[in-house]
Design a protein around this ligand. Structure first.
Ligand code: BTX
Length: 325
């Protein structure tokens, strides 16, 4: 519940000082026993809390979980991440987010899970989502955009993610058009953008983000060993997932409003600064054809522009890209 989340947030924010059970109970119109029950629930979930006589509850340590309160202690946004639903496990945060969006979840609602049993990528491909190792989340956004501007939100999200990695982890990842974030030539993050719209109006965009964080190589299934990496594999450091989620939400809010106010121009500039695709010879594998050529860059509509060997230029909406040089 929201009160339980608020209590956890206060414990985090108190940073080792006691929170009075009585005062909290009075503020929220609860009994002291109700507060005590929440504390017991936190203990079952792995939080270590001590009760100091006449002073209150002190948070000693917290489990490695991305609960709403754990994220919100780092959050500086106005709208994004103000409503968070956390799951220990679920099939796919994307499916839950679609459902929430249809039931009027506010702009910036976050669904996050420790694990997914049916995580999905584009074209319903499976997305491996090991328990507690990554960030498996979906953000519901309701920007002032036309439906045809929605695909560019993948690029907005990509820029936000790279900036957040830079800020929290201090390494520079690159973006492989359209939806992969890469480190050392391997995929560290995938983005899945889906739309709920009327013909002339965006109702909601569901931005699914799957990020490999604290995986060791063997936390990935065998078939991903040559194509996937994690932030921990790349840096040797254990990463605070809650802090990284807060940073992503911060940059996502910033760049989404920039896109709403100033169009795709500024996002395109940022994106090009991080892209590893432009200037490379690539093969673009699409549903019913495969073409090769020189990647020139992206258009104002977010299409990848490819110069074919006969000199003609093609704009591509979506494809799997193989870098050839
Ligand atoms: P994609 O279609 O570009 O990539 C899917 C492909 O990536 C798979 O076919 C597989 O080869 C590879 N792959 C699978 N799992 C991983 C992994 N953990 N790391 C690296 N490569 C992998 C990318 O789709 C979009 C992924 C979005 C995932 C998020 S997680 C939260 C939300 N919920 C949900 O079900 N999907 C999104």
């Amino acid at each position: 519940t929201n009160v339980k989340n608020e209590l956890l947030k206060r414990l985090f924010e108190a940073d080792g000082r006691p929170i009075s059970g009585q005062e909290f109970a009075d503020e929220f119109g609860l009994s002291r026993t109700a507060v005590w029950k929440y504390i017991k629930e936190f203990e079952v979930e792995g939080y270590e809390i001590v009760s100091v006589r006449k002073k209150g509850y002190v948070l000693i340590s917290s489990p490695d979980r991305v609960h709403g309160a754990a994220i919100q202690q780092y959050l500086k946004t106005k709208r994004y991440g103000r409503h968070i639903t956390h799951f220990e496990t679920c099939a796919s945060t994307q499916l839950i987010a679609h459902d929430f969006a249809q039931n009027d979840a506010p702009d910036g609602t976050l669904i996050v899970s420790e694990e997914q049993s049916g995580g999905k990528g584009r074209l319903s491909r499976p997305w491996s989502s090991a328990a507690h190792k990554g960030i498996w989340m979906s953000v519901i956004v309701r920007p002032e955009l036309l439906p045809q501007q929605a695909p560019q939100m993948t690029l907005v999200a990509a820029v936000a993610i790279v900036r957040a990695i830079e800020e929290v982890v201090n390494i520079e990842a690159t973006i492989k058009w359209p939806n992969d974030i890469m480190l050392d030539g391997k995929k560290v993050t995938g983005i899945l953008t889906e739309l709920q719209a009327d013909p002339d109006r965006v109702k909601a965009i569901i931005i699914g983000i799957g990020m490999n964080i604290n995986h060791e190589v063997n936390d990935f299934p065998e078939e991903l060993h040559s194509i996937a990496t994690s932030l921990k594999i790349a840096t040797g450091q254990e990463i605070n997932r809650a802090k990284l989620i807060a940073a992503i939400l911060g940059f996502l809010e910033l760049y989404t409003s920039m896109y709403e106010k100033h169009g795709f121009g500024p996002i395109k500039l940022l994106w090009e600064g991080y892209s590893n695709t432009a200037g490379k010879r690539i093969r673009a594998v699409m549903l019913n054809e495969t073409i090769e050529g020189l990647a020139l860059g992206i258009s104002d509509e977010g299409l990848l522009e490819l110069k074919l060997d006969d000199g003609s230029i093609r704009g591509i909406y979506s494809a799997d890209i193989v870098l050839e040089s």
